[in-house]
Design a binder for this molecule. Structure first.
Ligand code: F6P
Length: 566
């Protein structure tokens, strides 16, 4: 089915109405304190439940009218149609002519036979692959799968980059309390040799299993690191006498026992020397940054086990169903995406902070950066025409309370508006007391205090009342009206982590639909890759290649040549 050209959001009646509404709010003055005082139902009206997550949107710069107009905008750009097309496998990634079916990765077994896309029963294929991954994971966890010397694996090393790294490492860090098989994981991504050098330090090659994860199995960083890891393994095993130098059959066996792969390109996997039996596939309709719940998450299935991986998938599916089946007026996932558009396009907010108050989520902002920015950092729409308004905001963040002591100053008192999502959980796996003080409550006190300070600020009179000398009163005033969304979960579990990821995947889709961009391609990463291939020979010896470079690149290479010590 061909997709329609994007609807220009800026020429819709809803957009014009939103602009008028924005101008009126600015003229009246946005005043969250007043809005809270005038409307005792504000919190109730702007609180939502999705899955087991609770959302409070009341501290956003929105009124009933704002939401009504944003929902009109969603309808006028036909968001419902785009969601339906995505969920049913229409090739909405039209620049790559692909379906976008990450929602099929988490459909239950009962959905087998219901989604035939391009002649493929996608749910059946997903469940068959999961069975294979789970059997492998159980073997590694139980010790049935051993290294070349018969010892149980205690470390899996995931080698991948971008979507083949950020999702798995983020989820691995997030779920650490669930590790129950005496297996830990490490993640190597950067082609900088320092990454591999540090991550292989202290590893016992006999008990280490490498998982090479690459959708294409052609990515320079991943293939280079995979070859380096293979060399490391064989050298270490030879040095310890576990295998004999020159015994090619033993080497091949060692690779078989210590390397598995995740890829859509099984031919390349075999070329590398990995037994295709030990390769887990996925499909072109899974984008790299949408793939943590596919075979790309194999390291998670090994460390946390199939049952927890299933819980992870259930969490995604819960939000997928909620998003697809809840009217936009009550659909917090859609509303969060629309409110982001409100800030990006009307308030001209250039960035959006995501601030998890949970140390285990410390890689969540980095993960979201690829998800959101590789998806919506676009200047042309899906029909090739220029975008008609600003797109992709910069997503960033650090866990609370560390961020409080670093960059919150700018969010509180800087000159730019930075909408922020604050994420926390009612329970912690590490309940401790400092004297009588529950430390988790101390932590949550900070979570709550920050959004309160950002919303309601502190007036000059309040500052004066504290006896502050007049000359420093202005420096101590907080203007307030800095927007935040609070997300509060019961606990950080595989289920709630799946929910959170799906939430941001769909927020990305909502924003991309309003802007009319193909959120599922990533052509912007290609030019640098091509140029790196051309420039690399110029660095050490190829003077013709050097001469072909621009003056700045030549000067930088000359400095390098003068200073590199071998
Ligand atoms: O360079 C961008 C990118 O294509 C990402 O979209 C992707 O997640 C990453 O590279 C890794 O690709 P692969 O899984 O094919 O190695």
């Amino acid at each position: 089915m061909a997709i329609n050209p994007p609807i220009d959001a800026t020429s819709t009646p809803a957009w014009a109405a939103l602009q008028k509404h924005y101008d009126e709010l600015q003229a009246e003055g946005i005043d969250l304190k007043k809005w809270f005082a005038d409307d005792p139902d504000r919190v109730k009206k702007l609180s939502f439940e999705a899955g087991d997550l609770h959302f409070d949107l009341s501290k956003n710069l929105i009124t009933d009218e704002t939401l009504r107009l944003l929902v009109n905008l969603a309808k006028e750009v036909k968001l419902d149609e785009r969601i339906k097309q995505q969920y049913t496998g229409v090739h909405i990634n039209n620049t790559e002519d692909r379906a976008v079916l990450h929602t099929a990765l988490r459909r239950p077994v009962e959905d087998e036979g219901k989604y035939i896309v391009d002649g493929q029963d996608v749910v059946k294929d997903v469940r068959d692959t999961l069975k294979k991954i789970y059997a492998f994971a159980e073997d590694v966890r139980s010790g049935k799968w051993t290294g070349i010397t018969g010892r149980k694996i205690d470390t899996v090393v995931n080698i991948g980059i971008g979507g083949s790294d950020l999702g798995p490492v983020m989820a691995y860090e997030a779920l650490k309390p669930y590790a129950d098989a005496g297996i830990s994981a490490r993640y190597i991504s950067n082609i900088d040799p320092n990454d591999l050098a540090e991550k292989t330090k202290g590893l016992d090659p006999e008990t280490t299993l490498f998982i090479i994860v690459s959708k294409t199995f052609t990515t320079l960083e991943t293939l280079t690191n995979a070859r380096e890891a293979r060399t490391w393994l064989l050298e270490e095993l030879t040095a310890s006498g576990a295998i004999s130098d020159g015994d090619e059959a033993q080497k091949a066996e060692a690779i078989k026992k210590h390397f598995v792969a995740v890829s859509t390109n099984l031919e390349k996997v075999e070329e590398f020397g990995i037994d295709p039996e030990n390769a887990f596939g996925f499909w072109n309709w899974v984008g790299g940054r949408y793939s943590v719940d596919s075979a790309v998450g194999t390291s998670l299935a090994v460390v946390y086990g199939p049952a927890q991986f299933e819980e992870f998938l259930h969490g995604f599916h819960e939000i997928d169903e909620y998003f697809a089946n809840t009217p936009f007026e009550k659909n917090v996932v859609a509303l969060m995406g629309l409110v982001n558009v409100w800030y990006r396009n009307f308030f001209k907010a250039a960035s959006h902070a995501v601030l998890p108050y949970d140390q285990y989520l410390h890689r969540f902002p980095a993960y979201l950066q690829q998800l959101t920015m590789e998806s919506n950092g676009k200047s042309v729409r899906w029909d090739g025409t220029p975008v008609t308004t600003d797109t992709g905001e910069i997503f960033w963040g650090e866990p609370g309370t560390n961020g409080q002591h670093a960059f919150y100053q700018l969010i509180h008192q800087g000159t730019q508006l930075i909408p922020a999502d604050f994420i926390a959980f009612a329970n912690t796996p590490n309940p401790v007391k400092d004297g009588d003080q529950d430390v988790h409550e101390l932590f949550l006190g900070n979570y709550l205090a920050q959004t309160k300070a950002l919303a309601f600020g502190k007036t000059a009179d309040e500052v004066r009342a504290e006896g502050t000398p007049e000359e420093i009163v202005p420096a101590r005033v907080f203007k307030g009206n800095r927007p935040t969304t609070s997300i509060l979960g019961v606990a950080l579990t595989p289920f709630s982590l799946g929910e959170l990821i799906a939430l941001y995947e769909h927020i990305t889709l909502v924003e991309g639909t309003v802007w009319g961009v193909d959120s599922y391609d990533q052509w912007g990463v290609e030019l640098g890759k091509q140029l790196a291939k051309q420039i690399t020979p110029a660095i050490s010896k190829d003077d013709d290649a050097l001469a072909a470079q621009d003056a700045s690149t030549q000067a930088l290479i000359k400095f390098y040549r003068e200073h590199r010590e071998f």
